[in-house]
Design a protein. Structure first.
Lengths: 187, 199
């Protein structure tokens, strides 16, 4: 009877040792999640260009044309801005202001003009192809926005449809106008 | 006891402020779209002062026979009607441009013989440029007289008319036979620095 009891105790001890060896082989995993965001954004790298158009009126040629607008002085020129947008919904819009005589601000006498209208077009170059936005100074307010999406490129501003309201002669003096190109990150 | 409550209240306030600050931090670091940005193309230009004098029409006045062919005044200056010359499309694109006329007498090209007269005076007038007309009266003693000029108060485009009138001789003698010529010069420009002219 005593021998039987000892054997039972020895078997129990062996079982406990075996159980302790199984617990040491297990592993566990902890996780660290890293999150971040990038905001929709647009930025101009070159945000200001001044074009000196020079003499705007015809100086030679047909007497009937002398003193009237030399359209090529504007339509032959381009201005290059540079910028980027990082969002697929980014848009570009243009608002052009007429070129006015800043020296002579009174109402122009009959046969003369102090205002030059035109259409300005800005073209950006996303990878998917050129995107343009335009505005005419004939009507107030800006033009419709165009979706550029993601791009980083030159934005070339060109000019067309240069004209005075009634085709009259330009009053002498200094003239000034401007084109604003707006890049909006998201609509 | 009251002090203790006050301190507790401050502690709550500070905690709330910390939570609020944490909230704002999380907003600031969130993915929000930036405002639109704008680039500008400035356009500068100028228009120079310019005047154009319309081409005279007719370019030449042919007065024909200027002496009486018969009657009591035969051989003497006949009555010559006023003559008009158009200068269409004349303009200056600035204010302060002066219009001036100079003219020489209608003089015989040959040597004047004693007892004859070889020079006929006349008046040239151009109105509608300034507040006053530009005018000149020729004088036998001056080969090219310049009268009063006219200045425009604003840029102006108009069809000018040169009126040549009041033909007369200094003494009512017989006119020297021959061809008679005169030259009228109209000048339009910035006062003394005359930019355009026609004759």
């Amino acid at each position: 009877m005593r021998s039987a009891l000892l054997l039972t105790a020895a078997a129990a001890s062996f079982t406990l040792v075996a159980a302790g060896g199984q617990a040491q082989a297990q592993s566990v995993t902890g996780t660290v999640q890293v999150n971040g965001t990038v905001a929709n954004r647009c930025l101009f790298v070159t945000d200001n260009v001044v074009l000196d158009l020079g003499e705007l009126s015809l100086q030679t040629g047909d007497v009937a044309a002398i003193g009237r607008l030399d359209q090529a002085k504007l339509t032959s020129r381009t201005a290059t801005l540079n910028g980027w947008c990082n969002g697929v919904s980014a848009t570009m819009a243009v608002e052009a202001q007429p070129i006015f005589n800043t020296s002579f601000t009174a109402t122009a006498p009959t046969g003369f003009e102090r205002r030059i209208d035109y259409t300005a077009t800005a073209s950006a170059a996303p990878a998917s192809g050129s995107v343009s936005a335009s505005d005419t100074t004939v009507t107030s307010g800006g033009g419709s926005a165009s979706t550029t999406g993601i791009f980083a490129s030159d934005i070339v501003v060109s000019f067309a449809d240069a004209a005075t309201p009634a085709g009259g002669r330009l009053i002498s003096g200094s003239y000034s106008g401007s084109v604003a190109v707006t890049l909006a990150p998201a609509t | 006891m009251i002090q203790h409550r006050t301190c507790f209240a401050k502690g709550v306030t500070s905690f709330a402020a910390a939570i609020a600050a944490l909230g704002s931090l999380s907003v600031a670091t969130g993915a929000h779209a930036q405002d639109p940005v704008q680039g500008t193309v400035g356009l500068d230009a100028q228009v120079a002062q310019v005047c154009v004098l319309g081409t005279p029409n007719p370019g030449t006045l042919a007065l024909g026979q200027i002496s009486e062919a018969s009657g009591a005044r035969v051989g003497r200056l006949t009555t010559i009607a006023s003559q008009s010359i158009q200068l269409p499309g004349t303009f200056c694109n600035y204010a302060g441009a002066a219009l001036a006329i100079s003219a020489s007498p209608l003089a015989v090209t040959a040597t004047t013989q004693t007892g004859f007269v070889g020079s006929v005076d006349y008046t040239c007038t151009i109105s509608a440029w300034g507040a006053t007309a530009a005018t000149v009266r020729t004088s036998a003693g001056s080969s090219s007289g310049t009268g009063s000029s006219a200045t425009n108060p604003a840029p102006q485009e108009t069809d000018l008319t040169l009126v040549v009138s009041d033909f007369a001789v200094s003494s009512d003698d017989l006119l020297q036979p021959g061809a008679y010529l005169a030259l009228v010069t109209i000048t339009l420009g910035p006062d003394a620095g005359l930019a355009a002219s026609g004759s």
